[in-house]
Design a binder for this molecule. Structure first.
Ligand code: PEP
Ligand code: MN
Length: 337
């Protein structure tokens, strides 16, 4: 249920509404923004007494939220959530570029990639220090050493940092080095991790699982939000389908559907969605045209030598050319870069 209070509701009237619902076993979460004050009623108490709450003094209206996710729903918050990181706004009028290597390899790699992506308009640097690899024998990431390197290089280039977290025990470590926690596709249903990320300060990007429905994906975002962290964005990164020319299939329906169902910013990762370098730019362009709030793109200064995902990593000059096209498309759909 979502409750809208009257503009002239007194603190006592609000307390009475909250006390009644808490008494039934629910929790109340206030939407950001307003007035008016909008409260979501969540939890597994008994069925919320809609008619009774509507009749209480100070209540302007109360509606059932029909979607399985509540806090992530547009019924709870009409305007798109804007996540602020310094002077960068994710979910605002500007689309945001996040770019960098699949995995952190060396200082030289980071320095060369960071300066190139920054010059081309990226504001957030990506790079994995803990890699979820299909084979246990593949490179697993540089760990803390890699995070230290990326933090230093990103700071020197005026970039924010996003990096993947694989388990909840890594939260204190990553918290020291990253600006955004990335939950990978394989961990989208790691509920203990999602719950724990509900109590961190930093924003969280939740990637869509390899075969997750939009409801399941948004429910994972809801897990984080239900712990009190409302700075959540979701990322479409392609789903498993029968086509083999590309690594995955970019689901642009999911972008449009998530944008209409949820107020959370939607990011698209065309690199993992296609798995093929020359298919990344067309998917990236289409994503922005479809309403995505930003892109997460793999860029490497020397993709032929990359330890991981070189075949889908853009050369820096390709990223710069793409960025110019993204700027034009953003403007065509009423946004900026
Ligand atoms: C990544 O972004 O580095 C990654 C592993 O992506 P995904 O979780 O989407 O496979
Ligand atoms: Mn990768």
């Amino acid at each position: 249920m979502v409750i809208t209070l009257r503009p002239d509701a007194t603190p006592e009237q609000r307390s009475a509404v909250e006390a009644r619902l808490r008494g039934l076993g629910f929790q109340l979460v206030q939407a950001e923004g307003g007035p008016p004050v909008v409260l979501a009623v969540v939890g597994d108490g008994s069925v919320p007494p809609l008619a009774e709450i509507r009749a209480m003094p100070g209540v302007a209206g109360a509606e059932q939220i029909v979607s399985p996710f509540k806090l992530a729903s547009r019924a709870f918050r009409k305007d798109t959530t804007v996540i602020r990181l310094g002077d960068v706004e994710i979910g605002g009028p500007s689309v945001v570029l996040m770019a960098g290597p699949c995995t952190i390899e060396s200082e030289e790699q980071l320095v060369r990639t960071a300066s190139a992506v920054r010059a081309a308009g990226a504001r957030i640097m990506r790079g994995g220090a803990f890699k979820p690899r299909t084979s246990p024998y593949s490179f697993q990431g540089l760990g803390e050493e890699g995070l230290k390197l990326m933090r230093r290089v990103a700071d020197a280039n005026g970039l924010f940092v996003i990096s993947e977290i694989m388990e909840k025990s890594q939260i204190p470590l990553l918290d020291r080095y990253v600006d955004i926690f990335q939950v990978g596709a394989r961990n989208m249903q790691n509920y203990p991790l999602l719950r724990e990320l509900g109590s961190v300060e930093r924003p969280v990007l939740v990637k869509r699982g390899l075969s997750a429905t939009v409801d399941e994906w948004l429910m994972s975002a809801e897990y984080v939000m239900s712990g009190g962290n409302t700075r959540v964005m979701v990322c479409e990164r392609g789903i498993r389908a029968y086509e083999t020319y590309t690594r995955n299939t970019l689901d642009l329906n999911a972008v449009a559907v998530a944008k209409s169902l949820s107020h959370l910013p939607v990011i698209v990762d065309p690199s993992h969605a296609s798995g093929v370098r020359d298919k990344v730019p067309p998917l990236a362009r289409a994503a922005i045209a479809a309403g995505a709030d930003g892109l997460l793109i793999e860029v490497h200064h020397d993709p032929e030598q990359a330890i991981c995902d070189g075949q889908q990593s853009l050369y820096p000059e390709e990223f710069a050319a793409l960025s110019a096209q993204i700027r034009a498309i953003a403007e065509a759909v009423g946004r900026t870069l």
